[in-house]
Structures are given as C-alpha cells and as structure tokens.
Design a protein around this ligand. Structure first.
Ligand code: AMP
Length: 449
C-alpha cells in the first residue's frame, strides 16, 4: 500500500514523500481511510508506530475538502497528556500547515496565559493543547467550540490516568454537535475508563487495534541485570556507558533527585549528560529536550516524564536505572528506542527494591525473563522468593490489575489503570477525587520548581 492510495490531496502526499516515508505504517493503513470516511475511531497501537500522521493526515484532508462550520471557531483540537508530546505533535502538524492558509497554535500549561489569549483571538484552525489549560481558556470564553469538526484525543488513557476526565468532558460538551468527529488513541483499549469515555464521546466508533499495545517490540532487544544496591547500579551504569555502542541514551530513574545526581556524576567523567530535573523551569526543560533531540547531548537522565510519546530518533539505548512502578511504563520507556523500525537496546537494573516491579513486567510480557551478567560486576542479590501468605496480603491493586491482564476474564481486566500510585514524577491521583484543572497545572508547575 502507498500513501497515494488513500485519495489524499496531492500536497499532503508530496509532504509525506518529502519526509521520506514511502509506505504507510499499519496504524496509518487502517486509521486514515476510516477517519477519511468520517467514522469516529478508537484506536490502539504500539509506541512509535506512526499514529501522529494517522490522525494529522485525515484532519488536514477534511479541512481542505469541507467548508468550515464557523468562521471563527477552531476546526480541529488535538489534546495530549503532556507538554512534550503536544510540542511534538505540533511540530509534525506544522510541517504540513506551514505553506497553507491553515493556522495551528500550541496551548500548553505552564506558559504565559495572556499570550495564549492573544493567540486564540487570531482564530486558529488547529489547536494542539494539554487539556487543563485549554479547559481554562474555554471556561473564560477565550474561544468557542461550536464549529469544531474534529476532536483528537492522543494517549487518552494517560490523560484519564492523570485526572483530566473533567476537562475532557467539558471540552467534549462544548463541541457537542452532530457533525463532530472524534478520534481517540490510547496505548491500550483494555482500560475501563477509556471504554466508558469512548461510550460517552464516540458515535458508533470503529475499533482499531494494531497488535496488543503490550506486544513485544521486536526491534528492541532487552537485557536485565541483577544489582545489589545503588553503588552497584552506578558501577553497572558506568560499565555500559563505556562499553555499549550507542548514538544517544536515555537513563530512567525512579526519583527526580537521582536524575541530577547521576547526570552530575557522568558530567564529571566528561560524558555529555543532562538531567531533566525538577529544579528546572518549563523554559529550561524545553531547552534541554530540544537540545537532546538535536543531538547536543548524548545522555538524558530523566524520570518517567520522558517515557511517553516523545519521538527521539537517535536514541538507540534505554537504561532503566530503576524499574518503573507501573509495568506498562516499562513498555513506554523502552519504546523511546527502536522508533519507526530502527533497532534499539534496552537494559534494566533489578535490585531488591525493583523486584516487585520486575515481576510485574515479567507478567505483562508473559514470559520468564532470565538475567544477563557482567563478569566483573556480578550481584549477590538473586531475587526475592515469594512469601506466599505475605505476598498475597501485600499484593497491591496495581499488581492485581497487571496480573488480570493475562487472565482473559472481563471481570479481572476492569481495574487496570485506576490505581493511585506514583509513576516517577507523576502526581498521585485517586480516580474518585480528580484534581481540578488548576491543581493539575499547579502540580506540574511544582515539578519545575
Ligand atoms: P509516532 O508514532 O507518530 O510518534 O511516529 C513515530 C516515528 O515514525 C516518527 O519518527 C515518525 O516521523 C515516523 N513515521 C511516521 N509515519 C511513518 C511511515 N509511514 N514510515 C516511516 N516512518 C514513519
């Protein structure tokens, strides 16, 4: 199949060709024709599968072919859970809109509110935004959505996990008319709240599932190493940074303080490392991400803040210095490498504190993982034995939920993502008491303080 088979405008096809894409990816093959027919979609696909173009292309086609419903209102709104992902979607969109009459704007939390009001006054056709800030502008009447034609929810599962249900509902209700089309993308369709939401928002949606969202990423080779403690992990890290061949590497840690500590150690050894740390303000964070994506640094040390969606094509190695608390996050982390068909390596250190998370990842991947060894750095730690009674008692809801993924019963899969546990920097949110838009924005701003 080729992009020209979709019946897209020739200008869109030439931009795609200009980007060097010869054939549509699987998600593009399925989502583009369905979206062009006007169907609502609920779609899942692996990280790095090309889903951004799968929604950008039909959106652009629709705008070029259909008359606007309103002169002033935005025609397409794309919502993403994080600022970093929003920026990335925006930059792909700009490649297509820059030589057209269509205006696209980016509205993010943590940036100047009044500047955004001015931008919204210019009646953009496309808005790419994080939901909290966009809902604030909507509440204050800075724009209206009566003429919205296409609402796109990227990583809807993550937005719901972050507590944005209220803002998504508000945005949906402001654009609730017959002609509106909705495209919902989620890492998994096995998510009770996503399904509830889909029922509320989508009209007779087509379901598109490309592989399991958690199927193995064949382009990424994974290695696991046992570690005794922090010092041992640091020694392993030094070893791999010295001996592995990589273009760029992302190191994931559990805590923000560790990102900085590790980056400092590496810089002292003349390595080109930078930390995406909590001390930075939004501008500095942007600069770091931009610098890293342009190749100014070889090593990025971060928490799960950078685990989703980011498209960093030169990252060939991911090191899990600590295992993530949520097993799903492991898939997103290692998905930072092996993008768009290129090969990648993922290494993980498993110490006593990581053991439970490691077992969850093992369960999620549905395989028994064996450990690799570095001869000079072998661990005394050999894993924790399950203590039956105790293990059962201390089993968290998250573990139960992950375990339930493998059992196929409907009942068991219900609670997968609704557990109040922190994922690196993410705020702890209980589903029953969602934070207000302002609280969510504030908690994110806190990260930058
Ligand atoms: P995404 O899943 O949208 O984040 O895209 C992941 C990567 O795949 C990005 O670098 C895209 O530019 C790239 N990409 C998107 N579509 C294609 C395609 N049809 N062929 C090759 N690469 C693609």
């Amino acid at each position: 199949m080729q992009f020209s088979d979709f019946g897209l405008e020739s200008r869109l096809i030439s931009t795609v060709e200009h980007l060097g894409f010869t054939a549509p990816t699987e998600i593009q093959q399925q989502a583009i024709p369905a979206a062009m027919k006007g169907h609502d979609l609920i779609a899942s696909s692996k990280t790095g599968s090309g889903k951004t173009l799968a929604f950008i292309l039909p959106a652009l086609q629709r705008l070029a072919k259909n008359r606007a419903l309103s002169k002033r209102d935005p025609r397409v709104v794309i919502l993403t859970p994080t600022r970093e992902l929003a920026k990335q979607v925006f930059s792909q969109l700009r490649l297509f809109t820059s030589n057209t009459q269509f205006k696209a704007v980016l509205i993010l939390g943590g940036e100047n509110f009044n500047d955004q009001v001015k931008v919204l006054e210019k009646d953009p056709h496309f808005i790419v935004a994080t939901p909290g800030r966009l809902a604030d502008h909507l509440t204050q009447g800075h724009f209206y959505l009566n003429g919205l034609e296409l609402l796109i929810l990227d990583e809807a599962d993550r937005m719901l996990d972050l507590g944005f249900a209220k803002q998504l509902t508000q945005i949906n209700n402001a654009a609730d008319h017959r002609k509106r089309q909705t495209l919902l993308f989620s890492a998994t369709l096995d998510h009770a709240q996503v399904n509830e939401f889909a029922q509320e928002l989508l009209k007779k949606p087509k379901r598109i599932a490309i592989g399991g969202a958690f199927t193995e990423h064949n382009d990424i080779s994974k290695r696991f190493y046992l570690a005794d403690n922090l010092e041992h992990k640091e020694a392993l890290l030094q070893n791999f940074l010295k001996n592995e061949i990589y273009q760029q590497v992302i190191i994931f840690t559990a805590t923000r303080s560790d990102t900085e500590r590790l980056a400092n150690i590496l810089v002292k050894q003349d390595l080109s490392a930078v930390a995406l740390s909590g001390e930075l303000n939004q501008g500095q964070r942007n600069q770091i991400m931009e610098g890293f994506s342009k190749g100014h640094h070889k090593i990025l040390v971060t928490t799960d803040l950078a685990s989703r969606g980011l498209d960093l094509v030169n990252v060939s190695l991911v090191i899990n210095f600590d295992m993530p608390k949520h097993a799903e996050e492991f898939i997103h982390r290692i998905g930072r490498t092996g993008r768009a068909g290129s090969k990648g390596d993922a290494i993980a250190f498993v110490g006593p504190k990581d053991w439970l998370s490691f077992k969850n990842v093992e369960g999620l991947l549905e395989q028994t993982i064996s450990f690799d060894k570095v001869d000079s750095l072998q661990a005394k730690f050999k894993g924790l034995k399950p203590k039956k009674a105790k293990a059962k008692k201390s089993e968290t809801n998250a573990n139960k939920a992950i375990r339930s993924k493998t059992s196929k019963t409907k009942k068991a899969t219900k609670k997968v993502f609704h557990v109040a546990q922190d994922v690196g920097d993410m705020p702890i949110i209980k589903r029953k008491q969602p934070l207000s838009a302002q609280q969510i924005e504030d908690s994110k701003l806190d990260e930058t303080k």
